[in-house]
Design a protein around this ligand. Structure first.
Ligand SMILES: [Ca+2]
Length: 187
């Protein structure tokens, strides 16, 4: 019995330590620059068939057809994520943060997001300066399962910049779902 309870205590300690490591991995240390990265709360109807939550807006250009909706079916976390349905003829559409942030080229940033989708083609997640130059980011191709994209690095220069998520060349009837977006300035 004494042996059993000693083993039990050790098992509890191991589980406790493992949970500590999980918690450390889940929350990167630093200053979060994304507003409502979880895409939670009320989604406002900004235009017909365009529902977007606080902190975010959209941009579109050229000739394309799309809608933005609140997806509540198995979001990556919380109650909701952002769904984009796109059929482009020419031009493009992006989800972006409403507010620009100031990036410092002497600091390291971690940009992460969770994505799933179909027929999106390559998607770019990046932080863009006012002159359209990308300061930090990369392209990736989502699958139908949630997958995290993580980029760590220093911006190419110090500037005010805005976070964009942009399908570069979606096929007809593409959809993209977005959740848990973060831009962390490391300490
Ligand atoms: Ca969420």
């Amino acid at each position: 019995m004494a042996v059993f309870s000693a083993w039990n205590r050790r098992a509890l300690l191991v589980v406790g330590l493992a949970l500590l490591f999980v918690a450390a991995a889940a929350s990167e240390q630093g200053k979060e620059l994304v507003v409502n990265g979880g895409l939670e709360g009320d989604f406002s109807e900004m235009k017909e068939n365009i529902f977007i939550p606080d902190g975010w807006v959209w941009n579109d250009w050229g000739s394309c057809s799309f809608n933005f909706t609140r997806q509540t079916s198995s979001p990556h976390s919380g109650q909701s994520c952002q769904r984009m349905e796109i059929s482009l003829m020419s031009g493009g559409v992006a989800l972006r943060q409403r507010q620009a942030v100031n990036l410092d080229s002497s600091k390291t940033y971690v940009l992460t997001g969770w994505f799933r989708g179909e027929d999106t083609g390559p998607v770019m997640m990046f932080v863009r300066a006012n002159n359209y130059q990308s300061l930090l980011g990369r392209t990736f191709t989502p699958t139908r399962q949630w997958k995290q994209v993580r980029i760590e690095g220093k911006p190419t220069r110090s500037d005010s910049a805005t976070l964009y998520i942009l399908p570069l060349n979606p096929n007809q009837s593409a959809y993209l779902e977005i959740d848990d977006v973060s831009l962390m300035e490391k300490e």
